[in-house]
Design a protein around this ligand. Structure first.
Ligand code: HEC
Ligand code: HEC
Length: 331
């Protein structure tokens, strides 16, 4: 069969249209698992009891590590504010794959026994794990952790008894491999992280808790759930989470800015805010780590309240807290 010039051009065009995406996918299958190079933070665990006590407060309190790194069947104890062993959790089930939240105890096989202080700190500051790989930014709020809080967390993790638990495990689908290959880079501190921050009830310290330690911003802002990118102004709410008890429905994080019409806590008095946190979990399958946050000190809670009330109001109506699922949802 003879094909004319037009036919030849068409063949080349079709060939390119098929070959380019095919090559991009083949490259993604290798490129997604590449090692990422970021600085290794120079911080080291210590044995000072005061530092360990601060680490324990952070891990089970505002920094909410326990919320993800403890087993699912221990959630009732966790929500009561108890210290459940950090043997690992069910992990994150996303559109692009599943990542376990591994054992944080010093067990050498499944835990952090053979993971260096620098590697743990690198995970928190850049999201780069012991293998040098990244996942979607599950822990990105910790990028700007103060050096001495990093040391406190490390020191506490090194002080707890060793227990076997959930090892690291990632199951990444094709969309995930393409996303990791081309669209996701390690997160990083937005400025040089502070060396030391003295806790007090000021809005300035509240900013550190809400943005960094407690990650209020990471849930109370709408996000693209493939890349983690933020899609609404900070703290204006709108991130949806699947409800376990109400299939087909989602919890939507409320707007925490002091907007008169759409802000969820605009009219709350400071004492009411503190009392709400002390009450802990009220909605049985809420994704918010109420068990961790009920352990926060009064000063820390007041600091968060003062910071949130100091934000510029954002008019963003996110609808009722429980609503029919539409669009993307986490968890
Ligand atoms: C929102 C859930 C979530 C919270 C909160 C959380 N983690 Fe994680 N963590 C994960 C997931 C998911 C992974 C797996 C990431 C990966 O494989 O790259 C992980 C991995 C880790 C790892 C293992 C890194 C490695 O080398 O494999 C360490 C260490 C860790 N987290 C420490 C902490 C500490 C300390 C805190 C609190 C300051 C914390 N995490 C809070 C979900 C969470
Ligand atoms: C893992 C996601 C997540 C994190 C982290 C988170 N929230 Fe929430 N928050 C939610 C969701 C979802 C709701 C709606 C369900 C509920 O009320 O429990 C909510 C509800 C609230 C409410 C309304 C409670 C009520 O009774 O009306 C307040 C206030 C609040 N969050 C403040 C905060 C603050 C302050 C922080 C940080 C210290 C924070 N949240 C961290 C997801 C989160």
């Amino acid at each position: 069969m003879r094909i004319g010039n037009v036919g030849r051009v068409l063949l080349v065009v079709v060939g390119v249209l098929v070959a380019v995406p095919a090559i991009a996918v083949v490259v993604a299958l290798v490129r997604y698992d590449r090692a990422r190079s970021v600085p290794m933070p120079d911080v080291h665990a210590v044995t000072d009891p005061a530092v360990i006590a601060r680490g324990r407060y952070l891990v089970y309190g505002p920094a909410r590590c326990a919320d993800c790194h403890t087993p699912d069947d221990a959630r009732p104890q966790l929500f009561k504010g108890e210290e459940v062993p950090l043997t690992g959790g069910p992990g994150e089930h996303t559109y692009i794959g599943t990542w376990s939240a591994p054992n944080l105890t010093p067990d050498p096989v499944t835990g952090l026994g053979r993971v260096s202080d620098g590697e743990i700190a690198r995970m928190l500051r850049y999201g780069v794990n012991r293998r040098g790989r990244i996942a979607p930014p599950f822990m990105d709020s910790y990028a700007n952790l103060a050096d001495d809080d990093l040391v406190a967390i490390l020191s506490y993790l090194r002080s707890i008894p060793s227990e076997t638990g959930t090892p690291p495990d990632a199951r990444i689908n094709l969309l995930g491999k393409i996303t990791l290959a081309y669209f996701l880079d390690p997160y990083a501190p937005t400025k040089t992280p502070p060396v030391h921050l003295a806790p007090d009830a000021s809005a300035a310290y509240g900013s550190y808790i809400a943005n960094t330690l407690a990650g209020c911003r990471t849930c109370h802002t709408a996000r693209n759930l493939e890349t983690g990118a933020y899609t609404s102004p900070p703290f204006s709410g709108g991130l949806a989470f699947h409800s376990r008890l109400h299939p087909g429905q989602v919890y939507v994080s409320p707007n925490l800015t002091p907007d008169p019409a759409t802000g969820h806590i605009t009219a709350w008095p400071e004492d009411g805010f503190v009392a709400r946190f002390r009450a802990g979990l009220l909605i049985p399958d809420s994704p918010m780590p109420w068990g961790s946050f009920r352990r926060m000190s009064d000063d820390d809670l007041r600091a968060v309240y003062r910071y949130l009330q100091s934000l510029a109001p954002v008019h963003h109506d996110v609808g009722p807290v429980l609503q029919a699922e539409h669009g993307q949802a986490a968890g």
